[in-house]
Structures are given as structure tokens and as C-alpha cells.
Ligand binder design. Structure first.
Ligand SMILES: [Zn+2]
Ligand SMILES: [Zn+2]
Length: 134
């Protein structure tokens, strides 16, 4: 069970991830925040620093790394299907929008890397998956 505070922190993480407008959480301020992406190269979870343009409060917004249990085949297939329907799949563990990256595909097959930048779960998959072949 998530606390209200965790839920709010996750909500702000998703806003930063999707480049949505963040407002200062300090009571009575409500200023616009400048969000900088401070994620180190190749990091599995994103780290942001938001600064209020009005009161200059600095807020750290980061994911919460967690790898187990890993995504199972059913949830990976479900995320891929949602993606191919041009919809936004979300991580089944934390409801964070998944990032799909198309990888170089030497054999003209679709190959994707799926990453949840909140929990750091990630996988690579071929599409269509081998078991789907007639
Ligand atoms: Zn502020
Ligand atoms: Zn996740």
C-alpha cells in the first residue's frame, strides 16, 4: 500500500517524466518550476531537480529502484500490444508510463527496449515474439 505522500511523489515523477508543467508544492506559493533532468548516463531510473521560479525551493524528484519481482512474459506482451496500438503502456507494478526504444534491427525484425524509469525494470524484446509465429 502506498501512502498519500508516496502517491503524490510518484505523480510528480510522472509529470516530470512526461515534461508536464510542475507547480511548487510549498503552501501559498504555486510558482512554476524549472525541471532539470540530472539522470546519469545509462542510469535505469530518472532523477530530476525542480526549482521554483518564484521562491527558489529545490525539489528532488527520483524514481524508486526495485527489480523484483521482474516483469513476466504476460505483462511484457501486454505492454508491447498497448504500444503497438499507439497507446501508452504503463508498468504493472507502479503505473509509470513505459519508455519504448527501437533498437537497430539487423534482421529486419522489430527489436525494442522497454524501460520503466521509475523502478528501473527493463527488458528487450523482439516483435513479433517467437512464440507468435505460425
Ligand atoms: Zn515556490
Ligand atoms: Zn515500474
Amino acid at each position: 500500500m502506498k501512502t498519500d505522500q508516496e502517491r503524490e511523489a510518484h505523480h510528480r515523477f510522472v509529470q516530470a517524466l512526461q515534461h508536464e508543467h510542475l507547480t511548487c508544492s510549498k503552501p501559498g506559493c504555486g510558482g512554476a518550476m524549472d525541471v532539470a533532468d540530472l539522470t546519469p548516463h545509462n542510469a535505469r531510473i530518472k532523477a530530476y531537480e525542480a526549482t521554483c521560479e518564484r521562491c527558489h525551493m529545490v525539489e528532488k524528484i527520483t524514481g524508486k529502484e526495485e527489480h523484483s519481482p521482474a516483469w513476466d512474459v504476460a505483462s511484457i506482451t501486454m505492454m508491447a500490444e498497448v504500444h503497438l496500438l499507439h497507446d501508452q503502456p504503463t508498468c504493472p507494478f507502479d503505473d509509470t508510463p513505459i519508455t519504448f526504444i527501437s533498437m537497430p534491427n539487423p534482421r529486419r525484425k522489430g527489436r525494442y527496449r522497454l524501460t520503466c524509469f521509475y523502478c528501473g525494470r527493463h527488458t528487450e524484446m523482439n516483435w513479433p515474439p517467437p512464440e507468435a509465429k505460425g
